[in-house]
Design a protein around this ligand. Structure first.
Ligand code: B12
Ligand code: SF4
Length: 470
């Protein structure tokens, strides 16, 4: 059986409520979910597997069509986010026009949130719910044997026109059993990041799930249970990557630092093996301390991205973030002392948020003085508490995301939280916040002094000019 896994184009991507200029130039990340599935199939089956990352290869629809025509796979799997749905639908149409017998299987976060809407889209044959490695293999083993498929958890399909949903599969408890993502199936040298110096980069997950319940995040709905890989398994993967010439890693765990002992073990293992890698992580200020920062630095961690979100305790409570501003200040200061670079994520336009609250957020940004800030206008994403609350109270007038999922049309404008501000007012406030942070003479000087190379200087100037042009 020939299987082709496709990361669809992002031509029609929905980019929340932010001006497109903010989302540009983030570089390309490997489609890790597909690479995990490919690695699993390569190890445990005889099926032929290929991965097509149309984004990094910058393919247009005609080129994708030519590839599908030439390869004539039996099954095509496509990774699906709500934000790429329009392009997923376009890709399916193209596949079916080449050969209607190719089975189309969708997986990814969107499918889990909107199974009925997705299976009803034209040309979709099967959905895989949640973690796809084992379920997709089972599906391939019994393709079209509906009797058997009905007993396999994690699938959605149609039998005699009726939707069959076998319910979610149990989460994979021991992540160490999973083969490493099959990075060699994509042009892995083409992936890069704005924030790491080393090229190429890759992304990695050392754990899955997140035990927290922030009200703006879909994670609590998509799978809360935190499971972690062993330190040895994590560093084995990193070592495998260094053999491919990859030395830069974006550790994309939802919260890498949930278990301090495990992080320390990973750091010790990295130091012991002298792999000379550079990496950054995403963390919460309540899961980091001075001891951890020291060892992170020694093991090559260059940057920490913290979710700061807002400048008042009132808004943090509404977001159910469960952190305090004083803790945030303390941890930023300690991280800076440890010479690890910092990026703060902030949001404006949150429920209950007034102009005064936003001023406090901007003030906090300047007080913390991270190396980078990433500010967005809150978009109530599907399957988040904020979205459900908005629908209940009428602040969000109708179920926009469900309508979009039934009929994914280009140009869809996602809802914003319209309690106190119009969308245009929020864009204005966003521009104000960015300028206020980046256009400070102190910030510019600090960054010029810290710049280590000409290419980094060029990158920073480009980013600065973009902010001023907003
Ligand atoms: C890395 C990342 C990005 C990167 C790169 C995307 C990429 N190429 O992977 C960037 C920075 C571009 C990005 C952007 C955005 N992202 Co993002 N991102 C992630 C993140 C942190 C990791 C994705 C990942 O690699 N996961 C690891 C793999 C192993 O898991 P996975 O992808 O889910 O795959 C498994 C299953 O889903 C399934 N599966 C997936 N695909 C397929 C396909 C088939 C055929 C099958 C059978 C199974 C299957 O099997 C896989 C293995 O178990 C996730 C959060 C998370 N923890 O997953 C958010 C996440 C995917 N992003 C999200 C969002 C909201 C965004 C943005 C809209 C944010 C914004 N700017 O406003 C944009 C949208 C841009 C876009 N093009 O879609 C949401 C998506 C929710 C949704 N409804 O779709 C998530 C879930 C975060 C969250 N908690 O809400 N993102
Ligand atoms: S925002 Fe981060 S910490 Fe909060 S629930 Fe989502 S993944 Fe977890």
């Amino acid at each position: 059986m020939k299987v082709l896994l496709i990361n669809p184009p992002s031509e029609n991507e929905i980019i929340g409520n932010n001006p497109p200029i903010i989302e540009e130039e983030r570089g390309y990340n490997p489609p890790l979910g597909l690479l995990y599935i490919a690695g699993y199939l390569e190890k445990f089956t005889e099926y032929s597997v290929e991965v097509l990352d149309t984004q990094v290869e910058e393919l247009d629809y005609q080129e994708i069509e030519d590839i599908v025509r030439e390869k004539q796979p039996d099954v095509i799997g496509i990774t699906t986010m709500t934000f790429t749905l329009v392009d997923v639908v376009k890709t399916i149409k193209l596949i079916k026009s080449v050969n209607d017998n190719i089975k189309v299987v969708l997986g990814g976060p969107h499918v889990y949130i909107f199974p009925n809407e997705t299976i009803n889209l034209e040309g979709v044959d099967y959905l895989v719910l949640g973690e796809g490695e084992e379920v997709f293999k089972d599906l391939l083993d019994y393709m079209d044997d509906y009797k058997k498929l009905r007993s396999i958890k994690g699938l959605v399909f149609k039998e005699n026109g009726k939707i069959v949903n076998t319910g979610p599969r149990q989460l994979i408890e021991n992540l160490d059993i999973l083969p490493f993502p099959a990075r060699y199936l994509v042009p892995y040298k083409k992936y890069s990041s704005l924030v790491l110096r080393k090229r190429p980069i890759t992304t990695t997950f050392t754990s899955r799930g997140c035990p927290y319940k922030c009200s703006f995040c879909a994670r609590p709905h998509l799978g809360k249970k935190f499971r972690a890989r062993s330190a040895k398994n994590v560093v084995d993967e990193i070592e495998e990557c260094t053999k491919m010439g990859i030395y830069g890693f974006l550790v994309y765990d939802d919260t890498f630092t949930v278990n301090k002992d495990r992080v320390i073990e990973i750091c010790h293992e990295l130091i012991k093996r002298k792999l000379n890698v550079e990496w950054d992580i995403r963390a919460r200020v309540d899961t980091v301390d001075e001891e951890l920062l020291k060892i992170l630095k020694m093991a090559g961690c260059r940057g920490i991205h913290y979710g700061v979100e807002a400048g008042t305790e009132k808004i943090l409570k509404i977001l159910n973030k469960r952190i305090t501003i004083s803790r945030t200040k303390e941890i930023f200061s300690l991280t800076q002392k440890s010479k690890i670079s910092t990026l703060g994520y902030f949001m404006i336009g949150n429920p209950g948020e007034t102009r005064e609250d936003i001023s406090e957020t901007v003030k906090l940004m300047k007080d913390l003085n991270p190396d980078y800030v990433h500010i967005t206008i809150l978009t109530p994403f599907p399957a988040t508490k904020i979205y459900f609350d908005g629908l209940k109270t009428g602040i969000i007038e109708k179920d926009y995301w469900r309508d979009f999922s039934q009929n994914p049309a280009p140009g869809f404008v996602p809802p914003h939280w319209g309690e106190f501000f119009t969308r245009d007012e929020l864009v204005e406030l966003l521009v104000f916040a960015y300028r206020n942070f980046y256009a400070r003479p102190g910030y510019i000087m600090k960054n010029l002094v810290k710049t280590r190379s000409f290419s980094e200087l060029k990158r920073k100037i480009k980013a600065g000019v973009k902010v001023l042009k907003l």
